[in-house]
Structures are given as C-alpha cells and as structure tokens.
Design a protein around this ligand. Structure first.
Ligand code: ADP
Ligand code: MG
Length: 365
C-alpha cells in the first residue's frame, strides 16, 4: 500500500509518529485526489487524530513526507498551510454573532472590508444561514452551529479541509441529517476533505473512500461498498457492519469456485481463491444475505439447520440469532417489508438458513 502516484493532490508517504517510543502512526502511505472526501476510520486511540494533526501541522512526523499539490509541507507551521481544521467541539466564539464568527479569520488575514463582507455573505448562503447572521451561537441548534463552524472553516477558501469527528456532539438523528448536508456543501465547493471518525456509518455516508485504521496502520483502503462487500481481513469484516465468521478448511479450490467445510455447513463459493487445499480459512457472511425457510432447501451447500434462540426488532429489520448444530450462533437479518406476516418466525422455531453462491467472502488472514 505504498503511495506511488506523484500527481496525487495529497500524498502521505511512509509517515511515522513516535511519541517517546509509542508508535501512534506506523508507516502509513496514501494518495488522495483533488476533490475527494476521504475518511480515516478506526476505534478510539488508533492514531486517526494524530495523522490528521500532522496534515494540519500541529504535529511533526517523526519520519516520512506529506506533499500537498506538489509542495512538501515539512515543518511548515499550521497557519501557513492552505488548509483548515474543524474540531469536534467546534469552538465558535460565544460572544460573537454568526456573521462575525465567519468573518473572524478573514479579518485576521487583513482582507479589505468589502471582500470580507462578500465572502461572509457567500458562506452564509452556502450553509443556508443567511437569516441567522445576527444571532449568537447559543441561539442556534447544534446542527446550525455545526454549519457555522463549517462556514468559518471554508471562508478562507482552504485547499484542504480537515474534519476531526465533526459530528460527535450531535445526537443520532441530527447527525444523520447533518452528514448529508455537510457532504452537499463540501461537494458544492469542491474542496478536498480528510475527515476522522470512529463511526462507520458516518464514514460510509460521507466519504468516497475510507481507510480502516488499527494500531497506527491502514488495514484496508477503498470505497465504502468495497470495504463492506470485500473485506480483506477478519478484522475489517468484523469492524465494518455485522458479520458471521465461520472457520473452516479449504476442501476444493478451482478457478471458478471453491468449497469450504466448516463445523455446520459446506460452503460453495462462486469464485476461486489463492490458497492451498487443506488450509484453514474463514467464511464471512453478512446477516442480510441469508434467507430463512421452514423447509430444507434443495441445495446441500450453503444451508444449515438451526433454532431461533433470540430475536431483536429494529423496526425496519429484525435480527434472528440461530443456534446451529455445533452450538455456534448465526445472525440472520430480515427486512420487515410488511407490517404483519401470518407465518412470522419466532422463538424456538426450527428453521433452515440458506444463502446464494455469491453471498460470502473467503478470508485467509
Ligand atoms: N502528544 C501525545 N503524546 C503521547 N501520546 C499521544 C499524544 N497524542 C496522542 N497520543 C497517543 O497516540 C495514540 C493515538 O491517539 P489519537 O491519534 O488521538 O487517536 P484517535 O484519534 O484515533 O482516537 C493514543 O494512544 C494516544 O494516547
Ligand atoms: Mg481522535
């Protein structure tokens, strides 16, 4: 995963951050194209903010290079970098109006009055807060404050926008609405954006590409759909969304299919893998790709008998926990497309779970 594209807008090359022997960022490389919205995703403490802070210039890499638009940033101080960082606690000035909050950085830059007014008006229009220009931050909702913070970050027309857990302070519903609003605003300006989040839904909704991070390293970089449907490792499969992981052995490996034996089931997978017959592998199967029926399916592959031990109702879907013959559990998620069903599955039912030949992924690490 070494950066190789010298024309990329932002190049992160072999970057390491060592805090007195603790490696917070462990030799990461990444190319980001102009106009991309890119997310660094990982659990708390994995090094996301440290990497973002190195981009911003608040930390200096122990080794490696960061190049923006052909210019190596080296130890250039934050205020000289053509970028702006928006933090989780968006730190609006409480005593200043919305208008003055947005104008703050422009005034400090010494821009002429008319230019400042022009820019602030444009930003207010962009985030649709023109009517609120005279209000103080505490007179706005959390989502509106977030938009003011974004307007302030964009006012200086940065080439790179850095967002650290931008929506962490908002509750779930507001966060989901604001995610889409922010993306629309960022895309309409066309600014390249690197964001940090521990929330996978946020990363999937907002970013065109994601780097999944753990212990200072990138485990996988790709579009949300690629990472979800084709996780490279058990860790990534488990970290992103819900998954059933079934350990087994590679029994048959042909160019167009492979067969894997696991405790409860024989898996027929509609593609070959690079492996050796007999090797241990893991089958990853997403709960929503599994069907339930009361009768044994025709195909001996990709089906298993089980008993419903638990059910969790989520409104739009229900997750069933099946106990399999080996004692292992299988999670199955069914969409609730009808309000009532006469033949609804319930606790204690003996059922068959089955799935198609293109539903699962074989993982070797
Ligand atoms: N200035 C620092 N000195 C020492 N350790 C630090 C410093 N900043 C961050 N760390 C450590 O580096 C690791 C990564 O931190 P951080 O990048 O903030 O994680 P994340 O943003 O993914 O939650 C953590 O273990 C943290 O304690
Ligand atoms: Mg952080």
């Amino acid at each position: 995963m070494s950066a190789a594209d010298p024309s990329a807008f932002l190049q992160i090359q072999d970057v390491v951050k060592d805090f007195d022997g603790f490696i917070a960022v462990d030799n990461v490389s990444l190319d980001i194209a102009k106009g991309e919205i890119f997310a660094l995703l990982g659990s708390s403490g994995c090094g996301k903010s440290t990497l973002l802070r190195m981009l911003a210039g608040f930390e200096t890499p122990t080794s490696g290079r960061i190049v923006l638009d052909g210019v190596e940033l080296g130890s250039m101080p934050p205020y000289q970098r053509p970028m702006n960082m928006m933090f989780q606690s968006y730190a609006l000035f409480p005593h200043l109006s919305v208008w003055d909050n947005i104008a703050f950085g422009l005034k400090r830059e010494g821009l002429p009055k008319e230019r400042i007014a022009e820019r602030v008006e444009a930003m207010l229009k962009l985030v649709q807060l023109g009517k609120y220009a005279k209000r103080k931050p505490h007179q706005l909702s959390g989502g509106q404050q977030q938009r003011v913070a974004l307007a302030r970050s964009l006012a200086k027309q940065p080439q790179l926008l850095l967002l650290d857990e931008p929506l962490g302070a908002l509750d779930k519903k507001l966060r989901e609405e604001t995610q889409i609003e922010l993306v629309n605003i960022i895309e309409s300006v066309g600014v390249t954006c690197v964001m940090v989040t521990h929330d996978q839904e946020e990363a999937m909704t907002m970013a065109g590409r994601i780097a999944v991070m753990s212990e200072g390293r990138f485990l996988q970089v790709g579009a949300p759909g690629d990472i979800y449907e084709t996780p490279a490792t058990r860790f990534v499969a488990d970290f992103i969304g819900n998954v059933n992981l079934m350990d087994g052995t590679l029994d048959v490996d042909e160019a167009d299919h492979c067969i894997i034996g696991s405790a409860d089931c024989r898996h027929y997978v509609g593609h070959g893998i690079t492996g050796v017959v007999g090797m241990p592998v893991t089958v990853a199967l997403r709960p929503e790709k599994i069907h339930l029926s009361r009768h044994k399916p025709g195909d001996d592959f990709n089906s298993v008998a089980g008993t419903i031990k638990e059910m969790a109702y989520f409104g739009s879907f229900t997750v069933y926990h099946l106990e399999l013959p080996s004692g292992a559990r299988l999670k199955v998620s069914l969409a609730n497309v009808q309000r009532h069903r006469d033949d609804e599955f319930t606790w204690g039912d003996a059922v068959w779970a089955h799935w198609s030949r293109s539903s699962h992924v074989v993982l070797t690490q």
